[in-house]
Design a binder for this molecule. Sequence first.
Ligand code: NAP
Length: 334
Amino acid sequence: MALRIGVLGTGAIGTDHATMLATTIGGASVAAVFDVDIARAGELAHRIGARRHEAATGLINDADVDAVVIASPGTAHAEQVLACIAAGKPVLCEKPLASTVDDAARVVAAEAALGRRLVQVGFMRRFDPGYVAVKDTIAAGRIGTPMIVHCVHRNRSVPAGFTNAMAMTDTMVHEIDIVRWLLDDEIVSVRVVRGRRGPHAVEGHDDPQLVLMTTASGVLAEVEVILLWPPGYDVRCEVVGSDGLATLEHPRVVSTTMTGNRSEVVPDGWKTRFGDTYRIELQAWVAATLAGTVVGASAWDGYAATVVAHAAAAAQGAADEVGVRLIARPPLYG
Ligand code: NAP
């Protein structure tokens, strides 16, 4: 029988997820949706043949909803995840797990008290074939001991209302998770340096910024963050090891070579670059949930990424590096 899924938040990514779950993902069906924008939720519900709920709690506690996808704004995530844990329902929560460190810790505490994992955080890069290949290369020892990670994170645009701190908590948070995951290491400190403002920088944004994170084992991870870079959405990663390099540039684009010219298409946004990655992530989550197992980033990973992201936001105005302090990791998370 198909997993009956409820989707909270039917904006940009919630609509994509719900549509994919209803049409493409094996073993899944969308039973219900909810959004504070009733018309938006109703339109989607009609299009994919789902019911529309009047409240998030109604959807979470609906006996005909087996599992929940959360795609509401980050400020709503923690309470909605906590309600899913209380209802004993598996939940795939878009990043960030929570908008404050305390709320992220509350989610970890609630799941640890329950004693079984229900939460997956939507750090979809963990399912991206390119990033998986980088991780496998490191794990196989092919580049020796990892020493430095270089990440590039150039956005073509950010939504209205995006704050300077959100550069760390909403966008750079993907790099935080990928560095932790690739290296299987915790980040212990972070430093942020702002550069000369470009002509496209939005008022109030430090744009560009360089972030330097240090891991517990001493690996240096450096991230170039640009919020508004008109040429395209440009995400790259290179891990420098003692005996080699693992480099991920543009795995989803074709480069062409003509007489006297070599060129490459630049992705126009995250949907172009990571579109198929979301499909792989959703399929893996549905398959694991049906099998009673878990995959992907855990609530602990979501908590750790939140702590580092907020330390990075604090470091935006600081001259020195900011230390990262995590609570003790509950045994549930290995
Ligand atoms: P969005 O387009 O603004 O959609 C969010 C929707 O949720 C809006 O329709 C909003 O309604 C609605 N909403 C507000 N409060 C709600 C609540 N309490 N319960 C349910 N729905 C509520 O945002 P988005 O771009 O889809 O992003 C949604 C989440 O996904 C964010 O956390 C974002 O960081 C994450 N995201 C992740 C990725 C990724 O790569 N993994 C990519 C994109 C987005 P109103 O507009 O009326 O407030």
